[in-house]
Design a protein around this ligand. Structure first.
Ligand code: GLY
Length: 371
């Protein structure tokens, strides 16, 4: 690749936008293509919880990626805010993971021990202490695990800011254009799209749930499947929640504007982006049991997204072995927002500097398609 490599990113969700921004600010000439506008897939239906110790409840590759990414978050948000001029809601006010029976409380105690031995600050709270930490908790709460370093970010605002910051670094966005096939062409890597071919030095496939629908010459499709998540936006009726509240049946994320995002269903229903009565009532029942004050909350909206799931719940991140200079960056399942900073960094290191971080070993796309 030349002095200023020409790179196309397929997918304008948070992963595609983060990768494009990182490549752009490191000097590449970047375009992003998507069939829809920026952040219209799983991204817009994400509550933005940054909780690697909850999402990955044991040490392993997902936790390693999540912890590294969380470490990058302060700087990532600060850079994007500075480069875009946008405000991005971002708080590291902790998470309170609630147990609703004795077995769950014992599980949280084991989690606490594991975290303490890994050097993570956390505290197990009994029933009364948990109510003190969050007075809105209902009688169903037996106790809770407080992890102060976790938090949340405004996924939609962050993605819009990444887009604006990317544009300031020369990134261009081509929407209403669906990528169909990637192959080696005469002048570089060719992407066949619904509005003609696009050729570049390198390609990053970050198409989320739709990644498996982009044909890559010489490669079996990645086994990415859509996993529907429905998310509610409620207007909170009283004193705000202090932090993210997480329970086995739902989680709640408090925003400064008085709204609370309540997520999320996990549904294997294929490419169906409808909100359903069953999804909404399941979440309303769960959040009312957890936080009884919800009874008086206003109902603002329901959002629906398709998370890109993989057979082992890990992303597919790294070189294609079939098409040179093609990188897969997809399959982030429940963790696209959390993993955006580390994904952007790993992909930019790979594409621009040929540097393969050891973190990439466990998430190599070839483990699925043998390529
Ligand atoms: N990250 C939480 C979810 O996908 O529901």
């Amino acid at each position: 690749m030349g002095e200023r490599p020409d790179i196309t990113v397929v997918g304008a969700g948070i992963i595609g936008c983060a990768v494009a921004y990182e490549l752009g600010r490191r000097g590449a000439d970047v375009r992003v293509i998507d069939r829809r506008n920026v952040g219209c897939g799983a991204t817009q239906a994400s509550a933005g919880v940054l909780a690697p110790f909850i999402e990955a409840d044991h040490p392993g590759p997902l936790r390693a990626l999540g912890v590294r990414s969380l470490e990058l978050y302060d700087e990532f948000v600060a850079d994007v805010v500075a480069d875009s001029g946008d405000d991005v809601p971002y708080e590291r006010s902790g998470t309170l993971e609630v147990a609703t029976d004795e077995t769950a409380l014992s599980r949280l105690e084991r989690a606490r021990q594991g975290l303490v031995s890994a050097g993570v600050d956390c505290r197990l709270l009994g029933r009364a202490e948990a109510r003190e930490a969050e007075p809105h908790l209902g009688a169903a709460a037996w106790g809770a695990l407080l992890v102060p370093s976790q938090g949340f970010v405004g996924a939609v605002a962050l993605t819009a800011a990444l887009c604006r910051a990317g544009v300031r670094h020369g990134v261009t966005f081509l929407t209403s254009r669906t990528a169909r096939r990637v192959s080696v062409g005469d002048g570089g890597i060719e992407i066949e799209t619904t509005r003609g071919p696009v050729t570049s030095d390198a390609v990053v496939l970050a198409a989320g749930s739709w990644a498996g629908r982009v044909v890559v010459d010489g490669e079996a499709p990645l086994p990415i499947r859509p996993v529907r998540g429905q998310l509610l936006r409620l207007m909170w009726p009283g004193a705000p929640l202090a932090r993210v509240i997480w329970s086995p049946r739902c989680y709640a994320v408090p925003w400064r504007d008085g709204s609370v995002l309540v997520g999320a269903t996990v549904e294997e229903v294929g490419f169906d982006e409808r909100a359903t009565v069953a999804g909404v009532t399941t979440l309303l029942d769960a959040v009312r049991d957890l936080l009884p004050a919800t009874r008086d909350a206003g109902f603002d909206e329901v959002r629906v997204g398709l998370r890109p799931g993989t057979p082992d719940d890990l992303p597919a991140l790294g070189w294609s072995r079939a098409v040179p200079n093609l990188v897969h960056a997809t399959g982030h399942y429940r963790n696209g927002i959390l993993l955006a900073p580390i994904t952007a960094r790993l992909v930019a290191d790979l594409v621009l500097d040929g540097r393969e971080d050891p973190l990439l070993e466990a998430v190599a796309p070839g483990r699925f398609n043998g390529a």
